[in-house]
Design a protein around this ligand. Structure first.
Ligand code: GAL
Length: 420
């Protein structure tokens, strides 16, 4: 009896799976830049969930943290009239693609799945162009984190810093003990990720927003900004001479293997610790970037969906993709691997570690206090034009020994003005 029932269940499952496969059998081509260990594990979850529904996945991965290369490749493909089904596009870029007429309307999926009821309104607004959903969020990353190796701190007799002053005290001790204080990858987007954390500590949330969201010239060229550049410049003394061009995940591995003590980086770094089998609180420490404990710099990854001219099945597969991304199942497994927190507010967080729980608590608290600020380095605070102008000034400054903070702020405000 039991066997018959089991057989029946298997037959039913097979029939069902078969039906699902023939009903869809569409293809989704997905562009992303998730190629590090932790990132690849995360995107593999989406691929497998799509395949389980009978769809096929064409991977369009373009390596390069921060996505600069991916965006360049995407532009060429889209302009030649052959965009992928979906692409990792976030923040202000979604509006830019919407304005160019490339994106498709996902309102039917959003309504059926009640997205509006499970994600914060601020997030929903980023996903919409002219009030219509054209993108789907996958996560919330906190960018202002410090990742630390407790063994290196112990051996150096240093304390994990909570302020910028403490950072420099700890960094001196670590350097004296023969370790690299700060693991860094010398690429413009990483230079700016570090700068942004320092600027947030120096400026505070209000002036951070005035500078990088409102593009207020007084703040961009003001005294506090000079101080931000001054502190930022000091950080250069604590990175190693081989930092130039290094990928962010290589920098993370320096903290993992005890070559370096700290990295200031978004919590995609946690995906690398997890991928290496490391446990938070034991093998590594996550702490807010110095001086920013009460603040949360947010980065929301999302996929924007393109208008397709191909087969009906592929359009259906595209809708399946949009729907899958917002399911609780996907949000849980993906974010456990990625280091971020789910974007849905109705999730059970039982399986998440302390770093993620702290991130979630801070996300909710800062949303009320006004200290939830969009990440400039990750394209959430302003257009790609302004962002590019800031990248140039900040990265050139960081890589020139003789660079002067007073002059940097003048260049910054001029460059931003020209890009507005
Ligand atoms: C960011 C992206 C993150 C992370 C990082 C490094 O731009 O939002 O998800 O993967 O790049 O590749």
């Amino acid at each position: 009896m039991k066997i018959t029932r089991t057989l029946c269940a298997i037959t039913f499952a097979m029939t069902f799976a078969g039906t699902a496969a023939t009903a869809h059998a569409g293809e989704v081509e997905v562009l992303h830049w998730w190629t590090s260990g932790g990132e690849a594990r995360s995107v593999a979850v989406l691929k497998s969930m799509m395949e389980q529904q009978g769809n096929s996945w064409k991977d369009f991965a373009v390596a390069g943290g921060g996505g600069e290369s991916a965006m360049r490749v995407l532009k060429t493909r889209a302009v030649s009239g052959n965009p992928p089904s979906a692409a990792q596009i976030k923040g202000h870029d979604i509006q830019e693609w919407g304005r160019l007429g490339f994106l498709t309307n996902l309102n039917d999926v959003a309504t059926a799945e009640q997205w509006g009821e499970v994600i914060p309104e601020v997030v929903a607004n980023v996903m919409k162009y002219h009030g219509e959903y054209v993108a789907v969020p996958v996560n919330v990353h906190r960018v202002n984190w410090l990742w630390a190796n407790p063994q290196v701190f112990k051996k150096s007799g240093a304390q994990v810093p909570t302020t910028l002053d403490e950072f420099f005290i700890a960094a001196d001790k670590i350097k004296a003990a023969g370790f690299i204080p700060l693991a860094h990858g010398g690429q413009p987007w990483q230079d700016v990720t570090l700068f942004e954390a320092v600027a947030l500590a120096v400026l505070g949330s209000e002036d951070y927003n005035r500078a990088f969201v409102d593009l207020n010239m007084d703040v961009l060229s003001g005294e506090k900004m000079v101080e931000a550049f001054t502190q930022f410049k000091k950080m250069h003394d604590y990175i190693d001479t081989k930092a130039r061009g290094r990928q962010w995940n290589t920098a993370t591995s320096m903290v993992i293997n005890g070559e370096a003590a700290m990295q200031i980086m978004g919590d995609w770094a946690k995906g690398e610790f997890a991928d290496a089998g490391k446990v938070p609180g034991i093998d590594y420490i996550c702490a807010p970037a110095p001086g920013t404990a009460e603040q949360f710099t947010f980065n929301i990854d999302s996929f924007a969906f393109f208008k397709l001219s191909g087969a009906k099945e592929d359009k259906q597969a595209q809708k399946d993709l949009a729907k899958t991304i917002m399911t609780k199942e996907f949000q849980e497994i993906f974010n456990l691997n990625k280091g971020s927190i789910p974007v849905r507010l109705d999730m059970n967080m039982k399986k998440f570690d302390q770093c993620a729980l702290d991130s979630m608590a801070s996300f909710k608290a800062t949303a009320k206090s006004g200290d939830l600020v969009p990440s400039m380095s990750q394209g959430l605070s302003t257009t790609s034009y302004v962002q590019g102008a800031i990248f140039d000034v900040v990265s050139n400054f960081f890589n020139r020994k003789s660079a002067d903070p007073e002059m940097a702020v003048q260049k910054l405000s001029r460059a931003v003005k020209a890009a507005m």
